[in-house]
Write a protein that binds this ligand. Structure first.
Ligand code: NAD
Ligand code: ZN
Length: 278
């Protein structure tokens, strides 16, 4: 067992109940690249902003056409070793809640049941006017007649199911409206510049208050929405562990920084803990 795994194991033996905060890095092992690289710099042009999506028809045309091409790769991604390890830790009674900043739903597919999708889920679509929620696959079927094969300008998949295609493939797109009321539909996610529903944040803060520590896996924490849980844990003097081979915004306030890939580390620790009572 590596020194990093030893250190995490000892801390988890001392503190039985954890809240996990996950970020894009945990899905990197499932072939979905992160938003930022290890230095904390953006890999791709900044994604859609909430305000632009709501107010500009051409932003919605662009979003849905690009998503048409990018969504299948997120839909078909499978959980990686870190998702499976965290599901096992939940089953062992050591993880009280997983707060996911990812929109890919991979924690649930790995078997975690106590999950808050902080920024929503890209596999459902919501109407901004009447609130009707429908599966993302239904939107794919409705978009299909207007879409043709478009070469990807950048072949790298994006974590939010975006894909880089030329503007000529969407400038005439008729964005399908809500089937219930004819209103404007959005992926059921919190875009940049949008806000997380207050009661969702409250539930996560309470979970941190009731836990013995906060385990952050694969997040740069550059976005305040996730970083706030580290601030909260620090204020309450709870241990904060960061599993991330690169820079994070909480490096200064962490109890333990483990610069390692999440999959092998969490798998080793979970196996070791499996034989012990929580
Ligand atoms: P991030 O890309 O900022 O950070 C990913 C981190 O993972 C990096 O620090 C990297 O060093 C680390 N990493 C890479 N491989 C790893 C591995 N194998 N094991 C452990 N760590 C690894 O992602 P983030 O922290 O999730 O922040 C992105 C934020 O932006 C999220 O809150 C996301 O929801 C939000 N966002 C939302 C949208 C949207 O449209 N809803 C779009 C873009 C971003
Ligand atoms: Zn509607």
């Amino acid at each position: 067992m590596s020194d990093h795994a030893e250190a995490l194991l000892r801390l988890m033996q001392r503190h039985p109940r954890w809240v996990v905060l996950s970020g894009a890095g945990i899905s990197a092992e499932s072939g979905i690249p992160t938003y930022r690289d290890r230095e904390g710099d953006w890999r791709a042009p900044e994604p859609v902003r909430e305000q632009a999506f709501r107010s500009e028809y051409h932003t919605r045309q662009r979003y849905w056409a690009r998503s048409y091409h990018g969504w299948p790769r997120v839909r078909d991604a499978v959980p990686g070793p870190a998702h499976h390890a965290l599901a096992a830790l939940e089953a062992q009674g050591r993880v009280a809640l997983t707060i996911s900043q990812n929109v890919d739903g991979l924690h649930q597919r790995a078997g975690s049941t106590r999950v808050v999708d902080l920024h929503g889920r890209v596999d459902s679509v919501r109407c901004l006017d009447c609130g009707d929620v429908t599966p993302r696959d239904a939107m794919q079927v409705r978009l299909a007649p207007q879409m043709s094969t478009a070469p990807l300008l950048d072949p790298t998949p994006r974590p939010d199911g975006d894909a880089d295609i030329g503007a000529e493939h969407y400038e005439n797109l008729d964005v399908p409206p809500c089937t219930a009321c004819g209103g404007t539909v959005t992926p059921d996610v919190v875009f940049f510049g949008g806000s997380v529903p207050r009661e969702r944040v409250r539930a996560c803060l309470e979970a941190v208050e009731n836990a013995d520590g906060l385990l952050v896996v694969g997040s740069s924490l550059a976005v305040y929405s996730g970083f706030r849980f580290c601030r909260h844990a620090a204020k309450l003097d709870k241990p904060i562990v960061l599993v991330n081979p690169g820079w994070t915004r909480a490096d200064d306030i962490a109890t333990l920084k483990l610069p390692a890939e999440a999959g092998p580390l969490l798998t080793a620790v979970t196996r070791e803990l499996a034989g012990e009572p929580a």
